[in-house]
Design a protein around this ligand. Structure first.
Ligand SMILES: Cc1cc2nc3c(=O)[nH]c(=O)nc-3n(C[C@H](O)[C@H](O)[C@H](O)COP(=O)(O)OP(=O)(O)OC[C@H]3O[C@@H](n4cnc5c(N)ncnc54)[C@H](O)[C@@H]3O)c2cc1C
Length: 453
């Protein structure tokens, strides 16, 4: 069996099922919404070739996906359009159907000899996979493709911080940071393959679905693997050299801008890491700094949501942090705001308002400002649990990359997760605090304000 370039640790046999005849091997695409560097797709191709069967890729578009709106659906369906084209060129049929995966995928799997699914780390993604696996008769395999180091290989427990995960990731990096081969498809999809919606016109497709339209598409962003690669190339050429020292400057956009593409699985972290690593002899510090974010920090978030069932609740924050925050609940607050005032960026803090506007209008807040933005919300709420809830809600509503494992870990970080106790401050207690004066001292804030009017 050709498993050579797909390490066995990426492959999880979910159930053997009945060894059914089947007309095709079905890959249920969900997390890894791409045709390249996709270990789940490539395993489906190998298994189909062994059986002389075609591969069918099925995608269930759940119009009611929690917290998703037109902004997210637009970006996602732009990506699916390109993915469908690339797959069809390779002789792989792409079927897009509206509905929840528990309904769409078992229906498609009725004629499948094997179901391959990619792995997702969040609660709903795990519930979906369980429900789909329980509902199908054929064998089911899950393949992990959206992390460099598979989450359970990296660590079997919830890690305390980046410093405790880092050595475990480094130990395994070389084994997993490899391209995956794309063998030719032995049997192309034939006529009679299952029918679905047309992915070629995302706008028309979305017009026909009952989705939340409260937030419009993000200007200047186009979803899809081609746009992701363009961004990656531009970053490697023009941003990487300055990444180590310049990425925190809010007025500049030195960072890669790849998080929305990574969130929707439109580009693989393995592809990104390999492309950046090619420059390691010319820019070793920058490459190391970037890989630390892309692999260690990002996969610390996967570790968090995988091992901590309360990743989306204030209760998921460490006990020391909750205790200290709650001991300071009676401290005077400089102000409190309604959720509406916050959503509209109408606070007395011009930097916070600019960050909020950057997210609402542009779909992506600068990385450093996200930390400041979350910290300030703690100061403006009597109970940290309220601040936590509102931070997640605003983040997930407006950020193109929202609802990601990084969203939950990022918000929780503001409340002490993956951090350590600091000297005591009003309101924050021993949780690290961030002040406007810190921004003014370190950065060109007038320029940031001018860029986000
Ligand atoms: C309050 C708060 C909310 C956040 N919400 C999200 C979110 O909804 N979605 C999201 O993807 N990230 C989130 N982050 C993490 C981080 O800010 C973004 O991943 C980063 O700014 C994305 O921009 P980029 O792709 O240009 O990053 P780059 O600096 O180019 O980094 C490359 C990749 O590394 C990863 N990365 C970078 N910084 C971090 C980090 N601090 N933690 C984990 N991974 C990181 C991301 O996958 C990113 O795309 C949040 C952080 C905080 C503090």
């Amino acid at each position: 069996m050709a498993r050579d370039d797909i390490p066995a640790e990426r492959i999880h046999d979910v159930h053997g099922g009945e060894s059914s005849a089947g007309r095709y091997v079905l890959y249920w695409m969900q997390q890894a919404q791409r045709a390249d560097f996709n270990h789940a797709l490539e395993l489906a191709v190998r298994r189909a070739n062994e059986r002389r069967l075609p591969v069918v890729v099925g995608f269930a578009l759940d119009a009611g996906f929690p917290e998703a709106n037109l902004r997210h659906f637009t970006f996602m369906t732009e990506g699916l359009r390109g993915t469908a084209q690339t797959l069809e060129r390779r002789g792989i049929h792409f079927v897009l159907r509206a509905g929840v995966p528990e309904a769409v995928i078992p229906e498609l799997a009725r004629e499948a000899a094997l179901l391959v699914m990619d792995r997702g780390y969040l609660r709903l993604q795990r519930q979906w996979r369980q429900a789909v696996a329980d509902a199908v008769a054929c064998p089911v395999v899950e393949v992990e493709s959206d992390v460099v180091v598979p989450v359970e290989v990296a660590s079997e427990r919830e890690e305390l911080a980046a410093r405790t995960l880092r050595p475990k990731i480094r130990r395994n990096l070389e084994r997993f940071l490899r391209p995956v081969a794309t063998p030719p498809v032995a049997e192309s999809a034939k006529s009679g393959a299952p029918a679905g919606l047309d992915p070629a016109a995302p706008k028309a497709l979305l017009r026909g679905l009952r989705i939340n339209r409260s937030v419009g598409p993000a200007p200047g962003w186009e979803g899809g693997a081609a746009a992701a690669r363009q961004r990656l190339r531009a970053f490697v050429r023009h941003g990487l050299d300055r990444y180590a020292e310049g990425r925190n400057e809010p007025a500049d956009n030195i960072a890669s801008g790849l998080s929305p593409y990574l969130h929707f699985g439109q580009i693989s972290p393995v592809e990104v890491a390999l492309a950046v690593r090619e420059r390691r002899s010319e820019a070793p510090d920058a490459v190391q700094a970037f890989l630390d974010e892309l692999v260690v920090r990002r996969e610390l978030s996967m570790n968090f949501v995988w091992h901590n069932p309360r990743y989306d609740q204030y209760e998921g924050v460490p006990a020391w942090a909750r205790e200290t925050l709650e001991r300071h609940r009676g401290d005077p607050r400089e102000a409190t705001y309604t959720e509406e005032e916050l959503a509209q960026g109408r606070t007395a803090d011009p930097y916070w308002n600019a960050a909020q506007r950057q997210m609402v209008a542009g779909g992506k807040m600068h990385g450093y400002m996200r930390m400041y933005w979350g910290k300030r919300l703690i100061e403006w709420h009597r109970h940290p649990a309220d601040a936590f809830r509102i931070a997640l809600r605003l983040n997930n509503m407006y950020e193109l990359d929202g609802r990601d494992a990084n969203a939950f870990a990022g918000v929780a970080w503001c409340f002490g997760k993956h951090d350590q106790p600091w000297p005591e401050h009003p309101v924050f207690g021993k949780v690290r605090c961030m002040k406007p004066s810190g921004l003014e001292r370190k950065f060109d804030m007038p320029r940031y304000l001018a860029a986000n009017p």
